[in-house]
Write a protein that binds this ligand. Structure first.
Ligand SMILES: [Zn+2]
Ligand SMILES: [Zn+2]
Length: 259
């Protein structure tokens, strides 16, 4: 019989650590309405700092500002925060399950392999718990940063376009085409020359996370750490050597790119 079953108290302790890590990330990223719980685990001793410019609301507002809108859409900004919060919660539950499973497996292994040192094994398992939670938090934060930035831009682009009577404005994903640009970003965001940005109708964008091989891009850009972000392209504009350029008043870039 397995004698070293993770006691309930230990399981709760593990869950609490993971929850605290996620709450801390939420408070930092989503703003002051999310309370961080105090945690005391070894190397995490820094006090919680909230920087508006690195938070989701701040990123949303500055993207809207970059498109020329100074009174960002409160409702959309809040829905952005709510979506991100839900992703954090979903990942929190998944992470808790993963880490409890990992800790229990460590203990079983240490018992069945005969080299039993449960304390050492548990310490290692807990370290990997923290690493796993941190990496899941990083993924959510990166994806939601991109979504917030792009949604701030999209809202501003739609409002500016409405003023001009444009229903479905054109956009492209601005960002580098260099040796670090992955094939998926090249495929979605650039023409076959790999220099000229590819233009999309706003209505064509997917609202889910991008899936490799999809036939249209996502408002979350390509992937975590993607360096490509939505910007508007005004009627009459096109590209020359990859840079935005006014071509002619009746120039239609979409027609030019799609024939
Ligand atoms: Zn990429
Ligand atoms: Zn990219």
């Amino acid at each position: 019989m397995l004698k070293y079953i993770l006691p309930k108290a230990a399981a709760k302790a593990v869950s609490d650590v993971v929850t605290a890590l996620f709450n801390r990330a939420k408070a930092r990223f989503l703003g002051k309405t999310y309370k961080a719980t105090e945690i005391q685990i070894g190397y995490i001793t820094k006090p919680l700092e909230h920087r508006e410019d690195l938070s989701l609301p701040g990123i949303f507002d500055s993207a809207a500002k970059a498109e020329g809108v100074t009174n960002p859409n409160e409702k959309l900004r809040q829905s952005c925060i709510d979506i991100a919060s839900q992703y954090f919660d979903a990942h929190l539950e998944a992470t808790k399950a993963q880490v409890l499973n990992a800790v229990q497996s460590y203990l079983h292994e240490s018992q069945t392999s005969g080299t039993v040192d449960p304390d050492k094994e548990l310490k290692e398992a807990l370290e990997s718990v923290v690493e796993k939670a941190a990496s899941n938090i990083k993924t959510v934060t990166e994806n939601e940063t991109t979504r917030g930035k792009n949604l701030g831009s999209i809202d501003a682009i739609l409002r500016m376009a409405a003023v001009d009577g444009v229903q479905d404005p054109l956009i492209y994903f601005s960002g580098p085409s260099d040796s670090h640009t992955c094939n998926e970003c090249l495929r979605m965001f650039f023409m076959p020359d790999r220099i000229t940005p590819r233009v999309w109708r706003m209505s064509e964008l997917s609202h889910a996370y991008h899936v490799r091989g999809a036939d249209r891009p996502s408002i979350c850009s390509g992937h975590p750490n993607c360096r490509h972000f939505i910007v508007s392209i005004l009627p009459g504009y096109g590209f020359s050597g990859g840079s935005l350029k006014f071509i002619a008043p009746d120039y239609d870039i979409l027609k030019d790119q799609r024939g």
